[in-house]
Design a binder for this molecule. Structure first.
Ligand code: BES
Ligand code: ZN
Length: 456
């Protein structure tokens, strides 16, 4: 193990250069114009995996390709087999004018690397690849077999990956999945995340007149779709932060007192948090702490709201339509389909007859929850302790990784979520960055994990 750790230490500069190469691909899965960039990024990954000594290939799917890479299977039968999952696609970088340096020109500032995808998720999955490289290049035997599954559609709901898992079920059969695509509360607080929220996406379009109209000539005699949509959406939530859609909370698993106690132990200062987020006052469902609200309670969020004239200056029109991109975060026991049905019914019931309502369904995924007490979880906690030299915490997190439930359903495997992102990494925001100390710690974690997990 010492030679593995020495190798990691001695190669940090090159590893950061390689992370820069990786981040330079504008692999934005939400925007069809970037399909080629996603492919180029996947091809770069295949070559990279091959250079570090893995067997790797590009697997086409209906969407963006999956990169599959594995250690040469050891002859000793009965060795344990683990998957390492990550994603090479990234969120759109807009609004571009808010970036201090361009999103796809990775730049080192302070102890961080800035660039879209640096933290979510390229830096985190590259850390695992570097750990394995250290084994392979120092001739240190890995105590288990490993397969990397790196996909290009996580940020748009992992729509092609479930079919891919079914198709390759036999060779992907494994003892557990390891993912570093979540966060930790602070540099000295490593974490094992045991729950994620699920998600249901939809787009609501309110259609009004057949074209934009002069608001002076016609305004007042027809409904305004932007106004109608605003009212409709405003009616979804009450002043106490509760969603009023009938049935919305039907299946929600309540927080246990044990969990609430656990959560209260994570350092939190409301004033600091408020300032960090730049809001005049915090807001959330009454009766829950901010940490509970953002990780263990369902929400209804407008992600994008569009209508009418968005250019410079003014334009006096009644817009022809208004639209909203919505995601609903789900907690254990809620079904994306059932919640979506309740939301559709509510919107239909409350939409005025003066406009036409269109609802387009999107991707969906259930929440994830796994026991932090399993033997694998204990092994992961030992590795976290050794790599960070700190006592790890157990977390529930509010984000979603849609494929984790499919790993369970299709492969029967639990997932160990071992994140490396900091709360101020600006994931999905302008000026995303990855802490380079955590990049190095992540590699150490990657190295120390396999002997612990291999023991079973
Ligand atoms: N890395 C995140 C998920 C995450 C972040 C989990 C922080 C827990 C803590 C992932 O890349 C992500 O953003 N997923 C999307 C999935 C969605 C588009 C289906 C999300 O949560 O919005
Ligand atoms: Zn993300």
């Amino acid at each position: 193990m010492q030679s593995v750790l020495d190798y990691l230490k001695g190669n940090q500069k090159r590893f950061v250069d390689e992370l820069c190469e990786y981040v330079r691909f504008p692999s934005v899965s939400a925007q069809p114009a970037h399909a080629k960039d996603l492919r180029n990024c996947a091809e770069w990954l295949v070559r990279h995996c091959q250079q570090i000594g893995l067997e790797a290939r590009l697997c086409p799917t209906r969407g963006n390709p999956v990169v599959l890479a594995n250690t040469r299977r050891g002859k000793a039968s009965g060795r344990r087999h683990f998957l390492v999952y990550g994603h090479y696609d990234v969120q759109p970088p807009e609004p571009l004018e808010l970036w201090k340096t361009p999103p796809f020109e990775p730049t080192r500032r302070g102890g961080s690397l800035f660039g879209r995808g640096a933290s979510d998720n390229k830096g985190q999955n590259l850390a695992h690849l570097k750990a394995v490289e250290a084994y392979l290049k120092t001739g240190t035997e890995l105590p288990c077999d490993l397969t990397f599954v790196l996909e290009g559609e996580e940020e748009v709901g992992s729509v092609s990956l479930a079919d891919f898992l079914r198709e390759h079920r036999a060779r992907l059969r494994c003892d557990a999945v390891v993912i570093s695509d979540t966060g930790i509360p602070a540099r000295n607080l490593p974490a094992l995340t045991y729950a994620l929220r699920g998600i249901a996406a939809l787009e609501i379009i309110v259609h009004g007149p057949s074209r934009d109209l002069h608001s002076g000539i016609f305004g007042g005699s027809v409904d305004n779709p932007a106004m109608a949509l605003s009212r409709l959406l405003a009616g979804v939530r009450d002043d106490a932060g509760r969603i009023v859609i009938p049935g919305f909370y039907d299946d929600v698993a309540p927080l246990t007192s044990f969990e609430r106690k656990q959560m209260a132990r994570i350092p939190f200062e409301a004033g600091k948090y408020r300032k960090f987020l730049g809001v005049p006052k915090l807001f959330g469902e009454r009766g829950y702490t901010p940490n509970e609200q953002r990780t263990a309670r369902p929400t209804f969020e407008i992600n994008g709201l569009t209508s009418g004239y968005q250019g410079e200056g003014s334009k006096t029109i009644v817009p022809a339509w208004a639209s909203a991109k919505i995601t609903i975060r789900l907690v254990p026991h809620q079904s994306p389909a059932r919640v979506t049905r309740a939301v559709r019914a509510f919107l239909k019931r409350h939409c005025p007859p003066t406009v036409r309502l269109e609802i387009r369904g999107g991707h969906g995924a259930e929440a994830y929850m796994v026991s932090p007490r399993s033997a694998n979880a204990q092994a992961a906690l030992r590795a976290l302790r050794a790599a960070f030299q700190c006592e790890p915490v157990l977390l529930r997190e509010g984000g979603s990784i849609p494929i984790v439930n499919q790993f369970k359903k299709i492969l029967g495997a639990d997932t160990l979520l071992l994140g490396l992102a900091l709360p101020d990494d600006n994931a999905h925001s302008p000026n995303e960055k990855f802490d380079l100390e955590l990049f190095a710690k992540g590699q150490r974690l990657g190295a120390m994990l396999w002997p612990e997990l291999a023991r079973g």
